[in-house]
Ligand binder design. Structure first.
Ligand SMILES: O=P(O)(O)OC[C@H]1O[C@@H](O)[C@H](O)[C@@H](O)[C@@H]1O
Length: 284
């Protein structure tokens, strides 16, 4: 079944896609699979704040997260677009500060699929003077969540960007580990500035961690220290970031780790060109 152009006021419950009012009165999209899983996405930031797979833990939203449509929502799966980290634009770019609109929604064998999008406007143009279209397709299955991000250059001049999905997984940081990054070259802010290749079979979070793994594999495994192993697969997200703020966020650092699919090196897009990347996270 396919439902075109859902709007805030238009509920498409039969497709398992429903738009309702979330925290702070912000519109959010609820996804319900016929197979028992749930997810929610705030249109502000296109931020997936909840993913409850069958037999798995929810994502993590920081206790300092605000839902006021002004500051980005800190938690879940925020977009860092069109810049990851600090730089000429605001930290992590402006995609997480924009109101995404709902495009198509559909239902595939009981699994809801929704497509969100943003394009340039006065707000983005004031910081980044390019015409672009970002399309974010989200599909919920019983034990997995798939997102496909497409960035299209709709301008007459080329542009470049970096981006990540800054995913906050609920975890026991002290017991969490990530497998699959051995051999990757690192860009490690701390503690080792010489940026060696990762030698460990598993990355852990014994203290402050903020490390980019370049040319990461298409699949890594997060043991969340709470009894689940989450498989994180990707196509075209070339890098992986591990982050835990430790004592910088004393109130919550014990309860999450970020494992981020990232594109750190610049994506260069000529007019009409697109960049597409897929993330698939799943529990056993
Ligand atoms: O706090 P924010 O802007 O939501 O971003 C989350 C974190 O993202 C990390 O990538 C940065 O290294 C941190 O400095 C930052 O705090």
């Amino acid at each position: 079944m396919r439902t075109a152009r859902a709007t805030f006021s238009q509920e498409t419950a039969s497709s398992g896609v429903r738009i309702t009012e979330g925290n702070g009165g912000l519109p959010k999209v609820l996804l319900n699979s016929a197979h028992g899983s749930e997810a929610e996405i705030y249109l502000f930031g296109g931020c997936i704040t909840s993913w409850k797979p069958v037999n798995g833990k929810d994502l993590f939203v920081r206790p300092d997260a605000v839902f006021n449509g002004q500051k980005p929502i800190s938690g879940g799966i925020p977009h860092c677009f069109p810049q990851f980290g600090p730089g000429p634009l605001q930290q992590h770019g402006f995609g997480r500060n924009m109101n995404w609109s709902v495009g198509d929604s559909e239902n595939i064998e009981g699994n809801p699929v929704v497509t969100l999008e943003i394009k340039d406007g006065p707000y983005s143009r004031s910081m980044w003077d390019f015409s672009f279209l970002a399309i974010y397709k989200v599909e919920l299955n019983s034990k997995s969540l798939t997102t496909i991000l497409t960035i299209k250059n709709t301008d007459k001049k080329p542009f470049s960007l970096s981006t990540t999905l800054h995913t906050y997984f609920r975890a026991s940081a002290a017991g969490a580990s990530v497998k699959g990054l051995k051999g990757c070259k690192t860009l490690n802010k701390d503690p080792d500035p010489v940026n060696p290749s990762e030698e460990r079979e598993v990355g852990t979070f014994p203290g402050f961690v903020d490390c980019v793994y370049l040319d990461a594999p298409g699949e890594v495994h997060l043991d969340n220290g709470l009894g689940d192993v989450i498989t994180i697969q990707n196509t075209n997200w070339s890098d992986t970031v591990l982050w835990n703020p430790h004592l910088q966020m004393e109130a919550c650092y014990r309860d999450f780790v970020c494992v981020e699919n990232a594109k750190i090196g610049k994506v260069e897009l000529q007019p009409e060109q697109s960049w597409v990347a897929k993330q698939h996270i799943s529990v056993a």
